[in-house]
Design a protein around this ligand. Structure first.
Ligand code: NAD
Length: 497
């Protein structure tokens, strides 16, 4: 019997009104049902939004440091359960266990960070031009937020949204991906156990088709925070802006690593390997393009290909596994299709390119780590997000050419340069058009205390995570307050003394 999980609505754990369910499968072995969750319908969304609305006033008026105490307890509970939750992430999403645990650690980090914000949520106080008058700007909550998340970070991305939304005084209706609902539900259980009042955090499991758009466009929802594909994000942004809803979308990427002729080659190869094949290439920040200076192109390609061939595929729970499965059959087919496109476009398949049929791998959605060389920037495999273990190695004449190629796509999430020359790194930092630039590190590995998000088709609206310009800007609006304690009418810009 597989374990049954519920929605959380108004503080009560409950199934879908229509009684329908969805199975969540282990992508390393889809015969294993990780858990069964409600397949919610519109009526369940209506109830969750109503519960969030009803709880809003009480939560908004709860002092932020008290909200922070709840988040702190959530952080402690998630930390106590890290090992189990990390294993669940691996079973449900497929990433190797070290990454499953890293996923949960990111949720813990975000919970502690945002708990601390309960005693900051800083605004600004400035002097008035008039005597006996003060002025300040304060952050205020927005209302009910719909949070919609993808499957590739089953606990981290929900935590990136839930904790800043709650600390800011909003209430939440959270819809996780239908491919990783169990880890998300377990996360919500732990947050609820920390003492979140009923209705403040609601969970509705279900498919994007059935309830995603309905939730985002619901008249009872004030703001939407979405992470997922560019196609869905752009569509939601169009609809929501017409409905006067706050919306921020984190979307796809086609992230480049530039390798200069003065790079430390072993370091660059190791970085490209982690950036390209970590999480089986299923990160929005995955390094799917490596742009190499022509002087070191052949050497890099040989070293990179040899290293890619040594990566061991397998179940993420096994200690010997370097690369886990893809999330599902449709993603497997999509990646194989891109490999065919690459071959037909004239790129050279240097290694990989096939789904795996050896032994136990046959059961899961495994594709060999794949490297294409002789890729030109105009090819589809160099421009479109594949979201799998496929890396295109592209030749560049010099730094200017490399930056031009890096910027010449519709996406702008994460970028990287490997160089020993400080001037090269400064030019790359200045000219790469993306939300994130790494120097001598791959495109993956963002830390939670700084904003996270992209330019162009990678991001719309506010950014995620911490720091100035981070998620607090997504989940609060500014209010300016002037207080006159002179007991007479004072006129700004007009009174002379
Ligand atoms: P997806 O867009 O298919 O789904 C994301 C979420 O949206 C899911 O919960 C889904 O159920 C829901 N959804 C689907 N259709 C919807 C609709 N019409 N209205 C409302 N909600 C809908 O994306 P995915 O396959 O789950 O995730 C992979 C994508 O996510 C990749 O493109 C990846 O780059 C992107 N991603 C981006 C970031 C980032 O921070 N930029 C992080 C992780 C993943």
């Amino acid at each position: 019997m597989s374990e049954e999980w519920s929605n959380l609505i108004g503080g009560k754990w409950t199934g879908a009104e229509a009684g329908k369910t969805l199975n969540s499968l282990n992508p390393a072995d889809p015969g294993e049902v990780v858990g069964v969750v409600p397949a919610s319908g519109k009526v369940d969304v209506d109830k969750a939004v109503r519960a969030a609305r009803d709880a809003y006033e009480g939560w908004r008026l709860t002092p932020a440091p008290k909200r922070g105490e709840v988040l702190f307890r959530a952080a402690e509970l998630i930390k106590e359960n890290k090992e189990k939750l990390g294993r669940l992430v691996t079973r449900e999403m497929g990433k190797v266990l070290a990454e499953g645990l890293g996923d949960v650690q990111e949720a813990i980090d975000m919970a502690y960070y945002m708990a601390g914000e309960g005693r900051r949520l800083s605004g600004e106080t400035v002097p008035s031009e008039l005597p006996f008058k003060d002025c300040k700007s304060v952050r205020v909550s927005i209302g009910v937020f719909a949070l919609i998340t993808p499957w590739n970070f089953p606990t981290a991305i929900p935590a990136w949204k839930i904790f800043p939304a709650l600390i800011s005084g909003n209430t939440v209706v959270f819809k996780p991906s239908r491919f990783t609902p169990v880890a998300a539900t377990r996360l919500v259980e732990l947050i609820a156990e920390a003492g979140v009042p009923p209705g403040v955090l609601n969970l509705v499991n279900g498919t994007g088709d059935e309830i995603g758009e309905y939730l985002a466009t619901h008249p009872g929802v004030d703001g939407v925070s979405f992470t997922g594909s560019t196609a869905v994000g752009e569509k939601l942004a169009r609809i929501c802006s017409g409905l006067d809803k706050e919306i921020s979308c984190e979307m796809g990427g086609k992230n480049p690593i530039i390798v200069m002729d003065d790079a430390r080659m072993e370091l660059a190869v190791e970085g490209a390997l982690w950036g390209g094949f970590g999480t089986t290439g299923q990160r929005c920040t995955a390094a799917s393009r490596v742009i190499v200076h022509e002087k070191v192109y052949d050497r890099f390609l040989e070293m990179f290909t040899n290293a890619a061939k040594k990566l061991r595929l397998g179940n993420g729970l096994s200690r010997t596994t370097d690369v886990g499965p893809l999330i599902n059959d449709s993603q497997l087919k999509k990646v194989l299709n891109y490999i065919e496109i690459g071959k037909n476009e004239g790129a050279r398949l240097v290694t990989g390119g096939r789904s795996c049929t050896d032994g136990d791998l046959e059961k899961g959605y495994f594709i060999e780590p794949t490297v294409f060389s002789e890729v030109s920037p105009s090819m589809r495999i160099a421009r479109e997000e594949i979201f799998g273990p496929v890396v295109s190695v592209i030749r560049a004449r010099d730094l200017k050419d490399a930056i031009g190629i890096a910027n010449g796509v519709e996406y702008g999430l994460s970028t990287s340069i490997y160089t020993s020359d400080v001037n090269n790194s400064a030019v790359a930092e200045r000219d790469l058009d993306a939300g994130i630039v790494y120097i001598n590190a791959p495109t993956i590995g963002a830390e939670i205390q700084l904003p996270f998000g992209g330019t162009k088709k990678s991001g719309l609206g506010r950014k995620e995570a911490g720091g100035r310009g981070g998620a607090l800007d997504m989940f609060t609006k500014w209010k300016v307050v002037y207080r006159d304690f002179s007991n007479r009418l004072q006129k700004a810009q007009i009174d002379k003394d």
